[in-house]
Design a binder for this molecule. Sequence first.
Ligand code: RFL
Ligand code: PHB
Length: 393
Amino acid sequence: MRVETQVCVVGAGPAGLMLSHLLALHGIHSIVLEARSRQYCEERVRAGVLEQTSVAMLEQSGLAARLHREGMRHEGLDLGLNGRLHRIALQELTGKGVTVYGQQEVVKDLIARRLADGGDLRFECGEVSLHQLDSAHPLVRVAAAGGEYEIHCDYVAGCDGFHGVARSSIPQGVLQCYERTYPFAWLGILAEAAPSRQELVYMQHDRGFALYSMRSPSVTRLYLQCAPDEDLTEWSDDRIWSELHARLDSHDGWKPNEGHILQKSVTGMRSFVVEPLQYGRLFLAGDAAHIVPPTGAKGMNLAFADVYYLAEAMQEYYRRDSSERLQQYSATCLRRIWRAQRFSWWMTSLLHRFASDSPFDRKRQMAELDYVMNSRAAATALAENYVGLPLEA
Ligand code: RFL
Ligand code: PHB
């Protein structure tokens, strides 16, 4: 069977869904192919912090109604060192804030809207393979339960995450990879507990980093630095709470509320970029092209920025028959990607315990945190990156 579309989007995460939505607003047809079920995509707990630019993108594309009702706008965050907290006043320093709204909520809103608009989303699509990417007529073959079919399109968007098929369909030698892995991971929990504080706490601690975040007025999200191969079965609920208290409870008497643990997971940390983001008529976007350690809260935001540029470039191609912006797509995105990489690496280095650190390294790290906590210039640099750099035209 032969199917036709303008853009075949592989992956229904934030990148693929937002791209398909923006393309539809520009009058460009797309088909989204997703390996997993709709329920799986909607329940996958991941990111939580949206930059103002991402919120503006959701607002301008008509997707912010529930976000405005349920999202929590934050005008600051706390940095801590061994229980001593210091607020970084994001709004005061930059004129901007961030919004805490779960990635799975963004995904639910995007799926609902695409389906309401008659979008073609194919969940549990079967095995996807990409062909003729360096020709004017790329084709995507889908081996589904009901038989195989082919999607003929003008462009393919690889929005299928770090483990997807798109990046690996590019011939050897085309891409340059830049990578750093970190000698630790995050043990994350979602707890049925009302947040005991309105803003996030990033705590640097002798026992290891800890992060206090939230999802709603009744759900807290917490993370602990752990070993990359940490065995979750060794972490009873009691052990998790006691370690969270040991790292997070602050000298001024604040502590996270405890509650039933709904979910536990271990997430490895890496920095990763491929260049360029294009091979022939295939464009990579989001985690398919780059990964940041979660400390800077940049992953989903970068995915949105990529697809914003890609949708604009595709609009120019279809409206004005010009592929100039498509040719610039990779370079345009990479500038923002590398700035976010630098920031995410810096936040990670600032806040985690590195087993290999010498006593000198540790003292230097604490002095750096002390500087950020006590210099308006240093705090502003953190805040400016955390709330997100503006999208360039
Ligand atoms: P996704 O979300 O991984 O979606 C890719 C989709 O492609 C599908 N897929 C395929 N479909 C068809 N055929 C194939 N062969 C396929 N292979 C894969 C997958 O099933 C999936 O549905 O990538 P996308 O869209 O690029 O989005 C990226 C974000 O998900 C990611 O960057 C963020 O979650 C990162 N992240 C954070 N980002 C933020 O902006 N703010 C945060 O606060 C934040 N916190 C986090 C995070 C990521 C975390 N983890 C679990 C990695 C916290 C954590 C703990
Ligand atoms: C989250 O709420 O999941 C979260 C918040 C901030 C981060 C990473 C994750 O830096």
